[in-house]
Write a protein that binds this ligand. Structure first.
Ligand code: HEC
Length: 153
């Protein structure tokens, strides 16, 4: 049996070796975040490219929108926009985006502004945060196309 100190040294060495890869990745620009959690590269986001102004065809690629929505929005809005999730400490709960009667009252430009400028940008709750500095114009349009599939509007 090796003495306790030898065991401790060996343990310390192994720990350092085990931690090194973690330290290396923590130093790159992603801060160790999984790829999907990263926003648009600097300067390509909707806020800096078009100041959150909705222009052109506001319905993009729903399949890409689905992926983005899954990563960033379902925690509050639910998988199909019904807001059937329990979020603690949410002052204002999201409305049911699968309800065609509700969704017909909101034009695509409104959805664009709500996503880009946040709830406060359209006179609603701050709980819906502004995403304009995170997504590109195209990504917002992709999510609008996906959100529209919930209500078929
Ligand atoms: C922290 C919770 C939360 C997250 C995350 C969130 N939302 Fe919201 N969102 C809300 C709330 C709450 C409202 C309603 C605000 C109100 O009615 O005053 C809302 C409103 C909206 C609206 C306006 C239309 C409506 O349904 O009332 C759109 C569009 C929207 N969200 C899209 C998104 C998208 C796209 C994402 C992901 C990029 C997202 N939200 C992420 C909480 C959230």
């Amino acid at each position: 049996m090796p003495p306790v100190t030898v065991k401790l040294k060996l343990c310390a060495l192994l720990c350092v070796v085990a931690l090194l890869p973690g330290l290396a990745t923590a130093q790159d620009e992603s801060f160790g975040l999984p790829e999907g959690m990263l926003g648009a590269p600097a300067g390509t986001d909707a806020l800096s490219t078009n100041n959150c102004g909705p222009t052109g065809d506001l319905r993009g690629d729903p399949e890409n929108g689905k992926e983005l929505h899954y990563k960033h929005c379902v925690s509050c809005h639910g998988l199909t926009g019904e807001a059937d999730v329990v979020v603690m400490h949410m002052d204002e709960t999201p409305r049911d985006q699968s309800d065609p009667e509700f969704m017909k009252t909101l034009p695509d430009s409104y959805l664009y502004l709500a996503i880009c400028r946040g709830g406060e940008g359209v006179g609603r709750s701050f709980v819906m945060s502004p995403w304009g500095d995170f997504f590109t114009d195209q990504e917002i349009k992709d999510m609008i196309a996906w959100i529209r599939t919930f209500s078929d509007t």
